[in-house]
Design a protein around this ligand. Sequence first.
Ligand SMILES: [Zn+2]
Length: 50
Amino acid sequence: MPREGLTLRCEKCKMENYITKKNKKTHVKKLEIKKYCPKCNNHIKHKEKK
Ligand SMILES: [Zn+2]
């Protein structure tokens, strides 16, 4: 698994919809971003997958 890669997972259906890059210096805490989920067909809170 690549260390810099960060997967954002839908809180509702647990689908992994987004991959972004993590900056260790600026993003210390877990990410929580509200994004569109195609499966839920809605904007759902996405969380960083550990
Ligand atoms: Zn979803």
